[in-house]
Design a protein around this ligand. Structure first.
Ligand code: MSP
Length: 534
């Protein structure tokens, strides 16, 4: 059995409608999952919804629904949106499922038995809009308003159960310092270390049962007066979902992807709880930045979300690959936020896809049709016109693999695209269309076109995790195996990227442009009837 690879996204609040932010994180995990399957790894990719927030009870009541009816509706929206974007998650966990709740009760029981979770008193500033306490200094700094939503903070005093976070602080600090790549990008790691050094406090793991809380949330084991705090409940999803006989092998070095808003929970509280439980640590906690729009944060009050209808309009106009490509290559992967803009989208689409790999593949298949009746010619040399093609292909594979190991999705895309750009440069320099006029040069033309076709085949394999639709089509046109729905191939990536698999004589069919050019003067795709808010 090949080595397991486990990648997760946050589980999303069921009160929100899916938007570009949720789709972006899930897309990154999807690209990684597909690439790792192509590499032959035993992949498990998890996403889902976080449902026990107090605000779900209110939102449901306002609509005359029970909390679970409301949660079912919205979890369904996430599942449908993710399926429409062809995300290949292996499971979709909902925290209201018994399989999750029962496990969480077990974990908390263990922590209580060990003395890591105990009853105590807590007074602090509660941010109801985010379901979390903020520290005194953060509250003061933001004028006692939520740093995220700007809503008034509430002073709360509670009897709570607490997790003894300070007990694990030193071990965590050592682990972070000794494990490069544990928190990425690097800038985020320094922020986390700075906060750990400033001192950690106990973390509440429960909230008191209130009247009218509609039986919503998991009860603290042995105490009907408390429910498990939604954040603690939610974090356990990563473990609970694979904590079964068939899936236990996945819990050895999970990769957690999220945005910077929830890094603290993932990089500090979660690893300490895992230490307390004696469970393996994540191998990587990757916190990207935000998508913003026209320089402003996307928010309900501004109504400026790139919401599902807008996403659908883009996908209808440009195709799913184009949508995925833009997000992966121009998203907020690193420490700065990314602005979503139509102009930039078109520029990138035309440059990388229409004029990039799309154009290169049309030129090559057209010339093979014209000069060799559509049968792939034979190459007399693999090093030609100053290019050592097998070495170029090998280097592309290596940089793609290394890129994904550090979750550098842009570099992963560049690795594949650079091969197709090389094909462009090669055609431009060697001018096979001119050589073909002289019959005695047909051998050279064959060499050039074989090298081009073979490089494009390998580029398509490497790009298929980001561009699943059209790269499958391109491979099909070259008589090659396309990846399966989950991104895996019959053979492993290394084998697929070995130079020379394309057999001379293979039929190479022409077809419509893979990515038709887009006229920037066209209006921005927009849903027919704009939904109010998100
Ligand atoms: N339910 C918690 C997570 C619990 S995980 C154990 C939560 N949910 S959320 O619905 O608010 O989702 C937050 C996540 O959505 C972010 O961490 C990020 O992955 C994604 N995004 C939401 N808005 C975003 C942007 N504007 N830009 C990029 N990603 C963002 O927090």
């Amino acid at each position: 059995m090949s080595e397991p690879y486990y990648i997760t996204t946050p589980i999303y609040y069921v009160n929100d409608k899916p938007h570009i932010g949720h789709c972006y994180t899930t897309l990154l995990a999807d690209v990684a999952a597909r690439f790792m399957r192509a590499r032959g790894r035993d992949v498990f990719f998890l996403t889902g919804t976080d449902e026990h927030a107090e605000k779900v009870v209110d939102a449901a009541a306002q609509r005359g629904l029970t909390p679970i009816e409301w949660a079912d509706q919205n979890a369904g929206e996430f599942e449908r949106a993710f399926a429409a974007q062809r995300f290949t998650n292996d499971d979709f966990v909902r925290t209201t499922q018994d399989r999750h709740k029962d496990k969480v009760t077990g974990y908390i029981t263990r922590l209580m038995e060990q003395g890591d979770v105990e009853l105590g008193e807590y007074a602090g500033w509660w941010d109801a809009s985010q379901e979390e306490y903020v520290t005194e200094s953060t509250a003061r700094e933001h004028d006692y308003k939520s740093p995220v939503t700007g809503k008034e903070l509430e002073k709360r005093t509670e009897q709570n159960y607490f997790f003894d976070l300070p007990k694990y602080a030193e071990r965590l600090r050592e682990h972070i310092e000794a494990s490069p790549g544990f928190i990425l990008p690097e800038a985020r790691k320094n922020e986390v270390l700075g906060r750990i050094k400033a001192g950690l406090q106990r973390v509440p793991v429960s909230r008191a049962v209130k009247e009218g809380d509609a039986d919503w949330g998991i009860l603290m084991p042995g105490d009907e007066g408390h429910r498990i705090y939604v954040w603690i409940d939610a974090l356990f999803n990563y473990l609970s979902t694979v904590d079964t006989n068939e899936r236990r092998r996945y819990w050895h070095a999970p990769v957690h992807v999220m945005a910077k808003d929830i890094l603290w929970f993932h990089a500090v509280i979660w690893p300490c709880m895992l230490m307390a439980l004696g469970e393996a640590m994540p191998s990587c906690i990757y916190a990207h930045s935000y998508w913003i729009r026209e320089g402003r944060k996307m928010s309900k009050s501004l109504g400026n979300f790139i919401d599902l209808p807008t996403i659908d309009a883009y996908v209808d106009a440009f195709g799913l690959d184009a949508w995925r490509w833009y997000l992966v290559n121009h998203g907020p992967l690193a420490a700065t936020d990314s602005d979503f803009g139509y102009g930039r989208f078109v520029e990138v689409y035309n440059a990388d896809l229409a004029n990039g790999i799309g154009n290169a593949s049309s030129r090559v298949s057209n010339m093979i049709a014209k000069y060799f009746d559509g049968a792939c010619p034979k190459a007399e040399a693999t090093t030609h016109a100053g290019r050592d093609w097998p070495a170029l292909a090998g280097a592309a594979l290596e940089s793609a693999t290394e890129a994904l190991d550090r979750l550098d999705f842009e570099a992963l895309c560049r690795a594949g695209l650079s091969l197709s750009n090389e094909v462009d440069g090669y055609i431009h320099e060697t001018e096979p269309f001119k050589l073909a006029k002289d019959e005695t040069k047909l051998g050279d033309v064959g060499t050039i076109l074989y090298n081009c076709a073979e490089a494009l085949r390998i580029a398509a394999v490497l790009l298929s995790c980001t561009l699943p639709e059209k790269m499958s089509e391109l491979l099909g046109r070259m008589g090659q195996e396309a990846p399966g729905e989950d991104g895996s191939f019959g053979a492993q990536l290394e084998e697929l990227c070995t130079w020379g698999r394309l057999e001379p004589g293979t039929r190479i069919t022409k077809g419509d442009a893979l990515y038709p050019r887009w006229d920037a003067k066209n209006p921005e795709p927009a849903p027919e009837t704009q939904e109010a808010g998100a």
